[in-house]
Design a protein around this ligand. Structure first.
Ligand SMILES: Cc1cc2nc3c(=O)[nH]c(=O)nc-3n(C[C@H](O)[C@H](O)[C@H](O)COP(=O)(O)O)c2cc1C
Length: 409
């Protein structure tokens, strides 16, 4: 369906070429100072037409707040917002009246609904993600003010070009000794340092949104090569969430990583998700993969490593949460492809229109938004549980093994 979340509920609406796209956000706490500018920053990072590396469809994507706040302060009531579709050119897509685009959603939407939007991707278009990005910006503002939570995503690969500190050498067949149990560099100091320090300003220095000059330049050339060959290329986005309190996540079906996976794999063009050590962790023995505990200066338990990606038992443990999402090469390409028309007639399709040769630079704010929505929702759920429990009279008869020891005990 078009709604995500339990207590922080986001419903998006809109198709690629309708009058507007947007969202209703229910569950935003009252008393949050909020302006269109807070939302616009992220929408502008997502918008098309940003550079040669993205689709030339030219949309300013200016947000209009419709409800849920007065005098710049949220009322606790549903926030409605919209962005007008302005640069629609439905006629660009006339050949897709005849052909379902291979690996796009034209055929499956038709099979499912028995009817589909007459042009563009309809609801499957990335225009739909505008509502999510706006909702995420609202969640993020609350999370930052109330908890100091920071969310930063960045491009970690395009095609076979990887940001060095996130490269996974052991996933390249043939370059690993099968008997070698050493942990390699999946949690290299560089990577840990990157997760702790990276900012959106670092990321936005590069059109690719890969925060490493040489790698970014190689990625740029790779995307431009795909574009000039009328082709496309995929990539990955890595995201870190810092300062998340421990205790978020709802065992068993709404474990924190399950909610993250749900959120991330609902973004168009996603094909893969891994959290913490991910697939790489399967190659590392438990003796190296376990995150040992240590007491910090405040007496709190922390872990000395973070292969878990900040989540254990589906519950956040207070360490950085980090995860990676794989985005496929976009389906719409202007290179001729042998395929079949809706009626089964074989033919050749070379799609006109304006398309992203690679989606990852624009996917960065979408990933950040979905991460913010997940954290916000899980936080409101945990806070409601804690509030309910705090109203009960204290129980003094429990054995010490059942409760958190007091500091110093
Ligand atoms: C930011 C962004 C931009 C996208 N731009 C395009 C595009 O220009 N052309 C295209 O074919 N797909 C594009 N996509 C992906 C399609 O929306 C998606 O592949 C399509 O709906 C099919 O769904 P699926 O890939 O999730 O199966 C984009 C996705 C994102 C996240």
């Amino acid at each position: 369906m078009s709604t995500f979340g339990t207590l922080f509920r986001v419903t998006t609406y809109g198709e690629s070429h309708c009058a507007s796209v947007g969202a209703i956000i229910d569950g935003c706490p009252p008393g949050l100072e909020l302006s269109a500018k807070d939302i616009q920053i992220q929408l502008s990072r997502r918008r098309p037409g940003q550079s040669d590396l993205t689709t030339p469809r030219d949309e300013k994507d200016l947000v209009q707040l419709q409800s849920g706040l007065e005098m710049g302060v949220t009322l606790g009531t549903p926030i409605g917002l919209l962005v007008k579709n302005e640069d629609q050119r439905p006629h660009d897509y006339s050949e897709t009246d005849l052909y379902p685009r291979p690996s796009h959603a034209d055929w499956t939407y038709l099979e499912k609904y028995g009817i589909k939007a007459s042009s563009g991707g309809g609801r499957s278009s990335a225009r739909e993600t505008i509502g999510r990005v706006a909702a995420g910006a609202i969640a993020e503002k609350y999370l930052k003010l109330a908890y100091g939570i920071e969310i930063v995503a960045f491009v970690s690969s395009v095609g076979k070009i990887h940001l060095p500190s996130t490269a996974l050498p052991s996933l390249t067949p043939g370059n690993l000794d099968e008997e070698d149990d050493t942990a390699q560099d999946a949690l290299s100091k560089d990577f840990v340092n990157l997760l702790s320090t990276i900012t959106r300003e670092d990321v936005d220095k590069y059109l690719t949104r890969c925060p490493h000059p040489e790698t970014s330049e190689k990625m740029t050339q790779r995307i431009l090569r795909a574009k000039s060959a009328h082709d496309s290329i995929g990539g990955t986005v890595t995201c870190v969430i810092r300062n998340v309190p421990s205790g978020l996540g709802e065992p068993v079906f709404d474990k924190f990583e399950a909610s993250l996976a749900h959120a991330m794999l609902s973004i168009p063009a996603t094909k893969a998700f891994e959290v913490g050590s991910g697939f790489k962790g399967t190659e590392v023995p438990g003796s190296q993969h376990n995150d040992p505990f240590v007491r910090d200066d405040s007496g709190r338990l922390r872990t000395t490593t973070n292969w878990s990606g900040g989540i254990q038992g589906g519950i956040t443990n207070g360490e950085h949460i980090y995860f990676r999402i794989g985005f496929k090469s976009p389906a719409t390409i202007s290179q001729a492809q042998e395929t079949a028309q809706y009626d089964g007639t074989p033919g050749s399709l070379a799609t006109r229109g304006r398309h992203d040769p690679c989606v990852v630079p624009r996917a960065v704010p979408i990933v950040e938004a979905m991460a913010a929505i997940v954290v916000m929702d899980q936080l409101l759920i945990q806070n409601s549980r804690k509030t309910a429990a705090s109203l009960l009279p204290p129980i003094t008869t429990l054995p010490p093994t059942m409760v958190i020891p007091k500091k110093g005990e």
